[in-house]
Design a protein around this ligand. Structure first.
Ligand code: SF4
Length: 440
């Protein structure tokens, strides 16, 4: 798809969507505090008329919740969305009905998003009936027209969804979304349930329809090749936040955020040269949105996390020390299983004094893959001696004092430069504020 110019049609500002755990009547009776699950935690972006903005990230990063919340399929926790200049969360009555006509969604799964008891003619006609648009004849004509526009035959209107392939069902879903002549469509993983051979057909169809009906798209996908094929700009999400946003070509050629770089590195390449290069895959799991890391949320997996000033350590070594401390902080080390069976057992749970050196050696052997310079080896041994006495907090504090990173103390902002990126490697937001280029 080509870039299109236009005014901002959708403006999302500091949007938050939290879900709450421990929030039942029973939980309240027992005095449990509700725990927020921060699915979307302060995202801001604009989508311009006629543009396709991609939203990409690993599964569970909040992409679909962002799409559903800005369409008001879910109520936000906080923040603003304006559509064509109107605050979406203030709409009611006729204005809300009009918004529901103008803003549609195509879901990922064409198998479950269609009612199996309705023919496809009824399925596509239903929104026209709900919104009381046209006479019977006009509705019939519109449905025939739409079904042809998405590459199916009007002869198939009396058939049921199970009689169609996955690609055909997705075409039906697209025809239904187009029935009300919307301006804006959220495409939520529209091709990820389809065979690769069918994916390109559906993407090309969406491209043609965008030109024909001057549509604006938000395309949600975990698939970078789909994003590159289809989008004008792309926003990269990690753990409920946007970490980088820019023009697709620029971002794919020069990704600035370490997470974007890692995502791109993990895509299989076609050419032999590129296949042979070292591929750095993303280490570790995505942390829970119930308890996101302090500072930069990517810091627990970032291969470029920033060491304290004056600390001269290889990044790999520093990363290992960070990981060791994080495991101690999470109490994610089973002290009983260190060493051979029962080797370091003591009645009170701590390691007997005479066994502490062997315990420290065993933990280092198990958790550290790289040799440490002598000064750092001594610091780690002090921390592990605290661990042998079951002083978890003192062990973590010893390491924190020496190795705490700016990435865990301070949360990076996106800034307002032409290609915003939320990473301390690219300065603070105020340093990065520059006259934004027009997106066109
Ligand atoms: S702020 Fe730090 S941890 Fe976060 S992406 Fe940048 S370098 Fe990595």
């Amino acid at each position: 798809m080509s870039r299109r110019s236009g005014r901002p049609l959708v403006q999302v500002e500091d949007l938050q969507k939290y879900f709450w755990e421990n929030d039942s009547i029973l939980d309240r009776l027992f005095g449990d505090d509700p725990v927020p699950v921060r699915a979307v935690d302060g995202v801001s972006f604009d989508i311009h008329e006629g543009e396709t903005l991609g939203l990409v990230g690993e599964s569970g990063c909040g992409k679909s919740t962002t799409g559903e919340t800005l369409l008001r399929l879910q109520e936000p926790t906080d923040g603003h969305v304006t559509f064509d200049g109107h605050e979406v969360y203030d709409l009611g009555g006729d204005e809300l009905t009009a918004f529901r006509r103008e803003a549609q969604v195509v879901f990922q799964d064409p198998f479950s998003s269609l009612d199996p008891r309705m023919t496809i003619g009824e399925t596509i006609r239903q929104p026209l009936e709900v919104h009381d648009i046209g006479t019977d004849d006009e509705r019939r004509e519109r449905v025939r027209d739409l079904v042809e526009r998405v590459g199916l035959s009007p002869d198939q209107l009396d058939r049921y969804p199970h009689e169609f392939s996955g690609g055909q069902r997705q075409r039906i879903g697209i025809a239904r979304a187009l029935a009300l002549e919307p301006e804006f469509i959220v495409l939520d993983e529209p091709t990820s349930a389809l065979d690769v051979s069918v994916q390109a057909q559906v993407l090309n169809l969406l491209d043609d329809l965008q030109d024909e009906f001057n549509l604006t798209y938000l395309l949600i996908s975990h698939d970078l090749s789909v994003i590159r094929h289809v989008c004008d700009r792309v926003a990269v999400m990690y753990l409920g936040e946007i970490v980088e946003i820019g023009l697709v070509d620029e971002l794919f050629e020069n990704p600035d955020h370490p997470y974007t770089q890692a995502l791109l590195e993990s895509v299989p390449r076609a050419s032999t040269d590129e296949r042979d290069r070292d591929r750095e895959t993303l280490a570790g799991d995505v942390p829970s949105p119930r308890d996101p890391p302090s500072g930069c949320r990517f810091r627990t997996r970032c291969p470029m996390v920033i060491p304290p000033e004056d600390l001269e350590l290889e990044q790999e070594t520093y990363r290992e020390l960070m990981s060791l401390r994080e495991r101690i902080e999470r109490r994610d080390i089973s002290l009983e299983s260190v060493g051979d069976d029962g080797q370091f057992d003591a009645d009170d749970g701590s390691v007997p004094d005479e066994d502490v050196p062997a315990f420290i050696a065993a933990v280092k052997e198990r958790l550290l893959d790289v040799p440490l310079p002598p000064r750092h080896d001594a610091i780690v041994e002090e921390a592990l001696a605290e661990l042998a006495a079951e002083n978890w907090e003192a062990a973590a504090e010893r390491l924190r004092t020496e190795y705490e990173s700016v990435c865990e103390r301070e949360s990076p902002d996106l800034g307002e430069q032409a290609h915003p990126v939320a990473c301390h490697l690219h300065g603070t937001a105020s340093e990065r504020t520059a006259e934004p280029d027009s997106w066109t």
